[in-house]
Ligand binder design. Structure first.
Ligand SMILES: Cc1cc2nc3c(=O)[nH]c(=O)nc-3n(C[C@H](O)[C@H](O)[C@H](O)COP(=O)(O)OP(=O)(O)OC[C@H]3O[C@@H](n4cnc5c(N)ncnc54)[C@H](O)[C@@H]3O)c2cc1C
Length: 434
């Protein structure tokens, strides 16, 4: 069976790797001149930094296992990582129970309500009931109006770029669970891991293993149309090429797939269009000294243009720190079109308000990354709207992170999903063109 995978991000590359284990004839089609997608890296001369932050948690078993298979286990560094909040330009640690009990943003009654909610949510098996409830409504009910206004509303506004009314409560459930998992494994309690050379090193190791097993990678191959006819895929039109496969797998975000499918039914188009995505604008800076003692700080002020500050020491350049300052963008947000200079000025001026000691001269390198489709928004009713892997068209599958719901669309979930789907394809569960 000839399989074509559209998209050389972590999902596409992992899928290609797992499929090639069974000797299938797989070709990976990537529009760029290298693989990686969101897990790409930026070069500042000799120095390399991940384009976006890629933390690894101790419970990310699928990802850790894949790294081990690629011989990258010694490349994973787990380090003590404090997290906290920035509220009204002040920093509050949230590293332990004591911090939580003395968190001044909430009164003692609201702190207790929040603590109870976190405990109740942990491992909650009947998360499906939260699929039908909006996050706002659920948090208001469980945490009270004051905690909602002071903490949750600004966090939701910052994360979803103001458009959070339809976000399902199951998203908060998944987020609280992932955050509290940092404290679950005793030996790694409070630690965050990362690959010394970023997730990009995993992508390149997977691609190398895939090619060694006989897989093909076609770079600079932008798929322009998946031609359909008689209810099945006829051919793929890519830059300068017409390609034919028995099974085509689109490993790209749903809104990036829609323009490739002019021939689909109105019903299928509407079902795919139901999943909205957040984009991302993310400046990354390399500083010659630390900015703070925190790995991550969540901001509760939606007027600040970034939502989080994520800081890690550079693994190879001693004394240097890498800081990511992501801002997720709703589909109609115009930050994606703003110049690097304007972004730098806006971001740096707010950093100075949060960290009065911050000196712009400590910035050794600065770059801005922009991605249009980064994260599917888990809306109320997502359980029914989650796109199926097999499309209504024979020979066409869709594999992307919107299908990992209710899990957060992390790289761990991406790898686990790729492995699951590859097994199903190998077992013949999906309809190729026969
Ligand atoms: C800011 C941020 C924070 C994250 N946080 C975490 C985290 O804390 N923990 C964690 O585990 N994971 C995290 N992730 C998630 C993880 O990185 C993603 O789930 C994963 O990268 C998704 O990969 P993908 O292959 O589905 O998509 P992408 O990386 O977007 O790859 C898609 C690829 O398809 C190519 N392509 C698109 N259209 C075409 C076309 N028409 N023809 C040919 N090629 C095409 C693109 O060039 C790209 O290479 C985060 C991601 C971001 C950006």
């Amino acid at each position: 069976m000839r399989i074509g995978i559209i998209g050389g991000g972590l999902m596409g590359v992992a899928l290609a790797y797992f499929l090639s284990e069974s000797g299938l004839d797989v070709t990976l089609l990537e529009q760029g001149n290298h693989l990686g997608g969101l897990n790409d890296e930026i070069h500042f001369g000799e120095m390399r930094v991940p384009r976006y932050q890629n933390p690894i948690l101790s419970g990310d078993l699928a990802l850790l296992d894949l790294c081990a298979r690629m011989g990258l286990q010694d490349e994973i560094v787990f380090q003590k990582a404090a997290s906290g909040f920035v509220h009204e330009h002040k920093l509050y640690s949230m590293a332990n129970l004591l911090d939580f009990l003395s968190f001044p943003v909430l009164n003692i009654r609201d702190r207790m309500r929040l603590g109870t909610l976190i405990l109740r949510t942990q491992g909650k098996p009947d998360w499906a009931s939260l699929d039908a409830v909006s996050a706002g409504e659920w948090l208001l009910q469980n945490c009270g109006p004051e905690a909602f206004d002071r903490l949750w509303r600004p966090l939701l506004e910052a994360k979803f770029d103001g458009v959070y009314d339809r976000v399902a409560a199951s998203y908060i459930w998944a987020w609280l669970n992932r955050m509290s998992s940092i404290r679950r494994m005793p030996s790694l309690e409070g630690k965050i891991g990362y690959l010394r050379h970023g997730h990009y090193s995993l992508v390149t190791a997977l691609a190398k293993a895939f090619v060694e097993r006989g897989g093909h990678v076609q770079y600079d191959t932008r798929v322009q149309e998946i031609e359909l006819g008689d209810g099945r895929v006829q051919r793929i039109r890519a830059t300068g090429n017409a390609l034919e496969f028995d099974l085509t797998i689109a490993a790209i975000a749903t809104p990036a797939l829609l323009p490739l499918l002019p021939g689909i039914s109105a019903e299928y188009r509407a079902s795919l269009a139901a999943t909205k995505y957040l984009g991302l604008v993310c400046p990354v800076m390399v500083l010659d000294r630390p900015l703070s003692e925190f790995w991550t700080l969540n901001l509760t002020d939606p007027t600040i243009p970034f939502a989080t500050v994520v800081e890690m020491p550079h693994p190879s350049y001693q004394g240097y720190t890498v800081v990511h300052l992501p801002r997720f963008t709703a589909p109609d947000n115009d930050w994606l079109g703003v110049s690097d200079e304007v972004i730098r000025e806006a971001w740096v001026s707010h950093l100075k308000m949060i960290f009065p000691q911050f000196d712009e001269r400590s910035i050794s390198h600065f770059a801005v990354s922009r991605s249009r489709y980064v994260e599917p928004v888990y809306s109320v009713g997502m359980l029914a709207n989650r796109p199926a892997v097999m499309t209504p068209y024979a020979g066409l599958a869709l594999v992307n992170s919107s299908q990992v719901y209710p899990e957060l669309p992390t790289s761990n979930a991406t790898v686990a999903h790729a492995q699951r789907v590859a097994q199903q394809i190998i077992q013949g569960q999906f309809q190729a063109i026969g």
